[in-house]
Design a protein around this ligand. Structure first.
Ligand code: FAD
Ligand code: FES
Length: 364
């Protein structure tokens, strides 16, 4: 009797163990897609671990795709064509892509999962984007929230970029997908062995908080250059730069380039911040305006109390631009700052006669 009971118990245990093993195996089988092939631009064939986003799969193979929102499907920067194997267009993608783009098979690389073999086409300029091993060579505290961080390029040792473009910073945390964020290059293209970034710490922000912990000697991987926001060099019209807060970063690169290349164009810098301590690099531009008759510097404080030592413009930079910039002057405009500032500026620029095709901006 006892032996029958023992045999029954053993059989039951065996059955339970077998079921557990079966479930574990099934889970592994369901979760793993094995390796998938990605054919890129009819040139390269990549073999990647299936199941990850197309964006991460391409980046893991050193094909760098812009991703300003860190893969949340909100910035639209990661558009590529998926000719085969991408599955249905997701609702998140339908909010960003136009019907015409969907028809021509454009997708958001961060939203497409590499579950099956894929055939994709990425813009040729993405294939030129490189990864840079760097070391932090200088950290300067500019305001309570903004740090200027300079990276010395180690490998490759130099970078070629257009003034206004940005780099992506990657952060790999154990057990989590890597995250990527864009930061405008603030240094001049002529200082091609370094990259200066101006980073505003965002409350609770993963990357900006991390970047604020960097100190001299720390290693960092950057990729770039990215972006279609850069100085146009086909005309001699005036260059109107309008920056809010840390939106100054790409303007510094544009202005440094124009100055160092001695390009004979009139340059305006409208630069807005709440208070004087937040107007970082203010003195640099004050001095530059004294030396360079082509450069006009128009700073404005929006929250400065009347009666303080500030004797410049007061109010939002949008209002100051409207008051100061002469209507009808042939110009192109470069805007960088919070979305609300840029949205408010677009009709004001139009009213001054600056055509939509001559307005370039990065919102952040
Ligand atoms: C082309 C481009 C260039 C950029 N250049 C610069 C630059 O030169 N300097 C710079 O400091 N930043 C720049 N940014 C913004 C930068 O990429 C990050 O978005 C920013 O640093 C926040 O990232 P995070 O990981 O710290 O915050 P996250 O972890 O992404 O966000 C944390 C929280 O903060 C909110 N949040 C995110 N961004 C902002 C914001 N800007 N203001 C208020 N709340 C926010 C989020 O909604 C979230 O709730 C640029 C962005 C783009 C697209
Ligand atoms: S939409 Fe921003 S990375 Fe894809």
């Amino acid at each position: 009797m006892l032996s029958t009971l023992l045999i029954a118990l053993l059989a039951l245990n065996g059955l339970i163990l077998g079921m557990c093993l079966f479930l574990l195996g099934a889970r592994h089988w369901l979760a793993s897609y094995g390796q998938v092939k990605i054919r890129v631009n009819d040139e390269k064939e990549l073999l990647v671990q299936g199941g990850n986003s197309l964006l991460l799969s391409l980046v893991s193979q050193k094909i760098f795709i812009p991703s300003a929102c860190g893969g949340r499907g909100t910035c639209g920067y990661c558009r590529v064509k998926v000719l085969e194997g991408g599955g249905s267009v997701l609702a998140t993608e339908q909010m960003i892509l136009t019907p015409a783009e969907i028809k021509e098979k454009k997708r958001l690389a961060c939203q497409v999962r590499a579950r099956h073999d894929l055939v994709v086409q990425v813009p040729e300029e993405f294939l030129a984007i490189k990864e840079f091993q760097t070391v932090v060579s200088k950290v300067e505290v500019m305001t309570d929230l903004i740090k200027k961080i300079t990276f010395k390029l180690i490998d490759p040792k130099t970078i070629v970029f257009k003034p206004g473009q940005y780099v992506q910073v990657s952060l790999v945390r154990p057990g989590e997908e890597p995250i990527y964020r864009g930061y405008s290059i603030a240094s001049s293209p002529f200082a091609n062995d370094i990259i200066e970034l101006n980073v505003r710490r965002v409350e609770g922000g993963v990357m900006s908080t991390y970047l604020h912990t960097l100190k001299e000697g720390d290693s960092m991987v950057l990729s770039g250059p990215y972006g279609e926001f850069f100085l146009q060099e086909t005309t001699n019209r005036s260059v109107v730069c309008i920056a809010g807060g840390v939106g100054l970063a790409p303007m510094k690169s544009i202005i440094a380039y124009l100055t160092e290349k001695k390009i004979d164009r009139r340059v305006y810098l409208f630069y807005g911040a709440r208070t004087l301590p937040l107007l970082y690099d203010h003195q640099v531009f004050v001095e530059m305006a004294k030396r360079n008759p082509n450069f006009r510097y128009i700073p404005a404080l929006s929250d400065d109390t009347v009666g303080s030592e500030w004797n410049g413009h007061r109010g939002l930079i949008t209002k100051v631009f409207q008051e100061v910039f002469p209507a009808g002057e042939p110009a192109e405009a470069y805007l960088c700052g919070p979305p609300v500032m840029i949205d408010a500026l677009l009709p004001l620029l139009a009213a001054k006669g600056i055509q939509p095709n001559d307005i370039y901006y990065d919102k952040f």
